[in-house]
Design a protein around this ligand. Structure first.
Ligand SMILES: [Zn+2]
Length: 289
């Protein structure tokens, strides 16, 4: 396996400079001055009383529309770690006129996929900036997408846990078709009211709509690619690509499968429970009160 991995990396066109850069960034940003970080049981929190211990290093997986960004972002605030979404990194670079923005604009305009090399460059830059601000740990959202990216990540750091958020396909489609964007303020809403009855031992799923405030109602638009055919195709491609990645982390015993029981009010406490964070969350809330 190790030999295969070497071959794999050797055969990859990714320059070692990019890997070294990421290696440097992650090793300093995330592990700080400590020796190799201890590993924690699946889903449990590292003891944070020792400031020398680094914070969590988690990856979030989930198909488009599952709400991955929402949960990753909530957890990042709770745990005080950065939520690093590669989609945001690409958008920020594009709008910043940074060194990669021209190259990126061309790729995005042609509808092509952004290469591993560019993503790793952006990620390195982001971690370096975080390091300068004293950040520790991370929740990655949108990276890795492929086994190759996961192997690069394993070369440079320890991932503690990979959370795979799941919803049945019928619910995902309904949810995507209900998406609305305000053409004025750009905020996202959802008109879908989902109520799936539990059957064959599967629990039911209910999600309330996310209504827009009155001033946005007349300005709501639907994204042109939120049609049933496009959504289904997006899910098919996602499933095809993500399966090997899920297997990769399953084999490492790092994959936590989480079936969302509904919208945020139903799912958030259950997710905290699955991550053994319920007590931590309550302690933090009562400390803040
Ligand atoms: Zn609005």
């Amino acid at each position: 396996m190790a030999a295969m991995k070497r071959l794999f990396l050797k055969a990859s066109p990714l320059p070692s400079s990019a890997i070294n850069c990421l290696k440097r960034c992650i090793s300093t940003a995330a592990v700080s001055e400590t020796t190799k970080s201890p590993s924690y049981p699946l889903g449990s929190l590292p003891p944070r009383s020792d400031p020398k211990l680094r914070n969590v290093q988690w990856v979030f997986l989930g198909c488009p529309g599952v709400g991955k960004g929402t949960y990753a972002s909530r957890l990042s605030s709770l745990l005080a770690v950065p939520h690093i979404a590669t989609g945001d990194l690409v958008r920020e670079e594009l709008s910043s006129n940074g060194p990669l923005s021209h190259q990126l604009a061309e790729i995005v305009n042609q509808g092509k996929l952004v290469s591993d090399e560019i993503i790793i460059n952006l990620l390195s830059k982001r971690l370096e900036a975080g390091e300068a601000k004293g950040e520790s740990g991370f929740i990655l959202d949108g990276f890795p997408r492929t086994i190759r990216q996961a192997e690069i990540l394993d070369e440079v750091t320890d991932i503690d846990l990979v959370v795979n958020l799941k919803l049945p396909e019928s619910v995902l489609i309904e949810k995507c078709l209900g998406r609305r964007i305000c053409s004025e303020c750009g905020k996202n809403f959802n008109v879908a009211s989902i109520n799936v009855k539990g059957e064959n031992g599967n629990p039911g799923i209910s999600m309330a709509p996310l209504p827009s405030p009155p001033q946005c109602v007349s300005k709501l638009i639907t994204r042109s690619d939120d049609t049933e055919a496009v959504v289904k195709e997006r899910l098919r491609i996602y499933n095809e690509k993500s399966q090997p990645l899920e297997d990769f982390y399953r084999n490492q015993a790092k994959l936590l499968e989480f079936d969302l029981p509904g919208g945020i009010p139903e799912s958030w406490p259950k997710l905290l429970e699955a991550l053994n964070l319920l007590d931590y969350h309550e302690e933090k809330q009562s400390a803040a009160a």
